[in-house]
Ligand binder design. Structure first.
Ligand SMILES: [Zn+2]
Length: 430
């Protein structure tokens, strides 16, 4: 994984993944087709793929001159030079027992549950189950086919195109047409009940263990209202549908993927104890999944916004106001070490809670500075202009300054690029 700016050798447009998977024994037999074009002159190029055994590689249907698979890199030498813009289709056949990738953020990627599978790709887990250019800016559409044992539900990104049962095996085919960062591609397999939990304003599905259904229906009952609030504040929901998966296992934190979120059983208590996280994960569909930071350095564009959405939901649903939440967070942060630069946290601190809170406070500081009208106009313009795109902090600062009609660099510099915590500006609106 690269933390800073970089680009893969290919501009990938689509991943087509065919996965044959046996839950008992965690056995994967797979074929990936990676469609893309060369970004520059290439006499070789690499895809990220960790821990699995590659048996065959084809380039445009033919055997390349040479390929090697070492240290998580599948390197292909076409035999000749690919010109910039030359289209390529790389086909990779691979097998093995997929395992999560261990790094500074614990274990991420394909992981066995007690009875099923979870894939949590953020930030560098995608190569644990398919060959890819694992960079958040390298977005592509996905077609994922999973054939696995009967008795399990399979949830992947996008819409379920077909489901075909053949004796003890079921083939599930999904299509995700919008550009998706590889870390947001996912497969969830479990013994779930699956139903449409709400038809509007966006189609919402649930895949939940039967024992948790009643608690889920209570805890997620206000999710349709969340959609209404967020569509009004952030603009139209960027995808065709939204699915929530609850695993039978406990999970430390919930996770976002393209068009879905995954919660552990421990977060469904029947008392809405984790409702702020329901809002947080839903907000990621706008901030992170549709509008995606080009580099992990700018992760506050995901986490600060999703955290601020928690406060907005609290306010909209009759709880504490966003301003009140911001003041509390500010007081707490003031008592913690101020050694984190939100706009460049480094890999070790990118998921630090202080980044989430100070990222949210940065938005609140902007809101207090420019007023509610300009602030929410900025959020809506952000999700509209960069829908399904890749972004940087500089683009957000420029957009916000344009809408406010004055440069806001000093404000963002203090909140994002200096360690000391600034005071919250006094509000222009109540
Ligand atoms: Zn988050």
């Amino acid at each position: 994984m690269t933390f800073g700016p970089s680009q893969g050798a290919l501009d990938v447009s689509r991943y087509e993944l065919e996965l044959d998977y046996r839950v008992v024994g965690n056995r994967l037999d797979a074929r990936a087709r990676v469609h893309g074009v060369a970004r520059r002159h290439l006499d070789r190029f690499s895809l990220d793929l960790a821990g699995l055994r590659v048996s065959r590689v084809l380039l445009d249907g033919r055997r390349p001159e040479r390929w090697t698979h070492r240290a998580g890199q599948l390197t292909i030498r076409p035999g000749g030079v690919l010109a910039p813009g030359a289209p390529v289709v790389v086909e990779v056949h691979y097998t093995g027992n997929p395992r999560p990738i261990r790094g500074p953020w614990g274990e991420v990627g394909w992981e066995e549950l007690a009875d099923g599978v979870i894939v949590a790709g953020q930030p560098d887990g995608a190569p644990s189950w398919f060959p890819c250019q694992d960079h958040p800016a390298d977005k592509a559409s996905f077609g994922i086919v999973v054939t696995t044992d009967a008795g399990y539900e399979v949830v992947c990104n996008g819409s379920l195109v077909s489901r075909t049962a053949r004796s003890s095996r079921v083939r599930w085919e999904f299509d995700q047409p919008e550009p998706t960062a590889p870390y947001l591609a996912t497969v969830q397999i479990g013994r779930y009940q699956r139903w449409v939990s709400a038809a509007g304003p966006v189609r919402q599905e649930a895949a939940v263990p039967a024992r948790l259904r009643a608690a889920f229906e209570h805890d997620f009952a206000r999710q349709p209202q969340m959609f209404e609030v967020f569509e009004e504040l952030f603009g139209p929901y960027p995808f065709a549908g939204y699915t929530v998966v609850v695993t039978d296992d406990d999970l430390e934190i919930p996770l976002e993927a393209h068009g879905l979120s995954i919660f552990g059983a421990n977060l469904v208590d029947g008392h809405r104890g984790a409702e702020r996280l329901v809002a947080h994960e839903l907000a990621h569909q706008w901030f992170g999944n549709s509008v995606t930071a080009s580099t992990w350095q700018d992760i506050w564009l995901h986490e600060g916004f999703a955290c601020y959405a928690e406060w907005l939901w609290s306010h909209a649903s009759g709880g504490r106001t966003a301003d009140d939440q911001a003041r509390t967070a500010h007081t707490r942060l003031a008592g913690l070490p101020q050694d984190l630069v939100v706009g460049d946290p480094g890999p070790e601190l990118m998921f630090d809670d202080r980044l989430y809170k100070r990222g949210a406070l940065t938005l609140h500081a902007l809101r207090r500075t420019v007023g509610d009208d300009a602030f929410f106009a900025t959020l809506r313009a952000w999700t509209a202009q960069f829908r399904h795109g890749s972004v940087s902090t500089a683009q957000f600062v420029s957009l916000a300054s344009g809408i406010a009609g004055r440069p806001l660099d000093a404000l963002f510099d203090a909140w994002l690029y200096a360690a000391p915590l600034p005071a919250l500006p006094s509000a222009v609106t109540a």
